[in-house]
Write a protein that binds this ligand. Structure first.
Ligand code: FAD
Length: 602
């Protein structure tokens, strides 16, 4: 029986799939344990990948050699670039997924991966020897040994589901919860807290009247997520838009005494940016309607996901809510909305590598760290997978900083600031978002994917060729003139596009510059001033990040620091003065004291 591995990943959700693939591709014997292998990469909530800031994450995961982008390219049923009326810094790809096809495709890729072994098993506890993880104990009684363990258990740790006063245990509705693992984490000295999230009802499309509803179609020329997908070939289907109304709001308000969120039945914090319908109506009483997107769950099912009415109201109230909405008067609910409470591990207990401070070689990734969202989970998953493999190979951890990637922003936020509500990423969380664009994730991050063996030599040389063409085209535009002005100056005008330059300069047209190169050149020229400003801000940022704090530093001896600062610094143990400066409760004065102290010790 095969029970000895280098790395064990617990949980085949979005984080676990990326973690296991990265570890196996880095040459380590990897086991992926999950409660049910028929729910690999399941989308617990809406059937979509990407969106604002999340789309950028998916492109970054792809540039590092992850799988999410390729799987959604193969199984997406509607692709859109969001925010195209705004600047390129906030353009974000999003796709509706064929939910089942996505799962099956991801599972196939895991099954075909060398060094990767999938096991249907519930992890009940960890084997730890001298504060170092040594494996996992399964509910079956089997012991699985390993050098590192990555926990990616999502919403399953002591999951409790609420629909009105119906309460049941489960990691998702209809699925088992993981009852023992978080107790084992507590026994190891980790703090565990609870959060809440929720989901919307699903309807049978056959019972929806689409006649007066506004369709929302995908882009005419849809763009793939993955840098290696050349074209998207799948069918594209529309979503539909409808709205709640005064009657819906009255139904909710008159039934708040039966809403678990308002009766005290649920007391944990939910996602502020993805509130339930009852929260939206209570918090924004002046809003007369809320938008609802009717999103198909796939091509082989009639199930429709109602994006915008996440609720844990009782069954009969959900029926009345749905039937009060235009187009849904006779809609049949096939799955009711629900809320779920679950255990998570406050992420300030992690290092930037996602290894726990308490137990060596134990890594956590995904919703267990207090995040919400498939993309946030997958991003942490690939980083944890890479870092577990590096640790076993006795190499330095892989840490992306805030100036390099949204992934860096996400992990730094979690580890340095922690979170008291389900954390989701936004473009506004990134200080250098003009540089962290979805269109240049390959140029920012593929070098790392290649270094760690997750990006092939062929992908790498394609990028090298793209870089060569970008440099060549930029040089040409700076040197070639039309009339008085260099082509670069003409292109820098707001109304001018690269395409239009082709009509002005026939030599440029003959060069047949590929679309992705044109895009990079156009952005670099049009936003030159802003980009240069961000680079100089990054230089300052890097100075603080490069000012390392030795890990042996005992803050309790630095009596000049305020007590709160001493406590927070001892708890977070920042790697650099830059990271220290972002800890809440550590002031600029504390940083100056620390800087002087370190200079004296040097
Ligand atoms: P998951 O995708 O949850 O996967 C965890 C995996 O671990 C599962 O396969 C499970 O079987 C396995 N597992 C758990 N414990 C064990 C164990 N002990 N042994 C073996 N296997 C185990 N995100 C949003 O962005 N917006 C939302 O509105 C939203 N709403 C949600 C509503 C609900 C009801 C739920 C359940 C989730 C919602 N999410 C939402 C969250 C989203 O589903 C997650 O953020 C994302 O799936 C997390 O990925 P993950 O890999 O961390 O965990």
């Amino acid at each position: 029986m095969h029970t000895e591995f280098d790395v064990i990943v617990v949980g085949a959700g979005h984080a676990g799939c990326e973690a296991a693939l990265a570890s196996a591709r880095m040459g380590l014997n990897t086991a992926l344990l999950s409660i049910n292998l028929d729910t690999v990469a399941q989308m617990s909530c809406n059937p979509a990948i990407g969106g604002i800031a999340k789309g950028q994450l998916v492109r970054e995961i792809d540039a590092l050699g992850g799988e999410m982008a390729q799987v959604i390219d193969a199984t997406g049923i509607q692709f859109r670039m969001l925010n195209t009326k705004k600047g390129p810094a906030v353009h974000s790809p999003r796709a509706q997924a064929d939910k089942k096809a996505y799962q099956i495709t991801m599972k196939k890729r895991l099954e075909h991966q060398d060094n990767l072994f999938m096991k249907q098993e519930i992890a009940d506890g960890l084997i730890v020897i001298d504060n170092k993880v040594a494996g996992v104990v399964g509910q079956s009684g089997l012991q699985y040994k390993s050098k590192a363990v990555i926990l990616t258990t999502g919403t399953f740790l002591k999951g409790v589901i609420h629909i009105g006063n119906y309460i049941t245990s489960g990691g998702r509705i209809g699925e088992l919860s993981s009852e023992r693992l978080s107790g084992s984490l507590r026994d190891l000295g980790l703090e565990v807290q609870r959060l809440k999230t929720g989901t919307s009802p699903r309807l049978n499309s056959r019972t929806i009247n689409y006649k007066n509803l506004k369709p929302q179609h995908g882009d005419e020329n849809p763009r793939p997520f993955s840098f290696s997908t050349k074209t998207l070939s799948g069918a594209q289907v529309p979503c539909y838009i409808t709205y709640t109304n005064q009657t819906t709001h009255e139904i909710v308000m008159s039934n708040l005494n039966r809403a678990p969120l308002y009766t005290g039945q649920i007391s944990t914090t939910g996602p502020r940016y993805c509130p339930s319908l009852e929260d939206k109506i209570v918090r924004f009483p002046d809003k007369l309607q809320h938008q609802i997107f009717l999103e198909p769950e796939g091509l082989d099912t009639l199930e429709i996901y109602c994006n915008g009415i996440s609720t844990s109201m009782p069954h009969d109230v959900q029926e009345r809510i749905v039937h009060s909405i235009e187009g849904l008067e006779a809609a049949e609910i096939v799955r009711y909305g629900y809320a779920i409470e679950y255990d998570f591990v406050p992420p300030t207990q992690l290092k930037l590598s996602l290894e726990t401070k308490a137990v060596e070689n134990l890594y956590l990734a995904g919703q267990i760290n207090g995040t919400s969202g498939y993309e946030e989970a997958a991003a942490q998953g690939i980083m944890a997978g890479i870092n577990a493999a590096l640790k076993i190979h006795e190499k330095e951890p892989f840490i992306l900083d805030r100036s390099e990637a949204y992934i860096g922003v996400l992990i730094d936020d979690l580890v340095t600031k922690g979170t008291e509500e389900p954390y989701r990423l936004f473009t506004s969380r990134a200080e250098y978002r003009l540089l962290l664009r979805q269109d240049n994730a390959d140029r920012r991050l593929m070098k790392y994917g290649h270094k760690y063996g997750l990006i092939s030599d062929q992908q790498w040389s394609t990028l090298q060729e793209k870089e060569r063409l970008i440099a060549e085209t930029l040089a040409y535009l700076n040197y070639k003139t039309a009339g008085q002005d260099a082509l670069a100056k003409i292109l820098s005008r707001p109304e001018q596009t690269f395409d239009q330059l082709l009509g002005i300069d026939s030599e440029l047209a003959e060069k047949n510059v590929p679309g992705d190169v044109q895009e990079q050149v156009e952005i670099e020229i049009k936003y030159k001033g802003y980009i240069e400003r961000q680079y100089s801000q990054i230089e300052k940022f890097k100075k603080m990040e490069n000012h390392k704090i030795p890990d042996w530093l005992d803050y309790s001896h630095i009596t000049e620091l305020r007590r709160e600062a001493r406590q927070k610094l001892s708890q977070i143990r920042p790697l650099s003065l830059g990271q220290a400066s972002r800890i809440s409760g550590v002031s600029p004065a504390d940083i100056s004291i620390l800087m002087i102290y370190l200079a004296k010790k040097a």
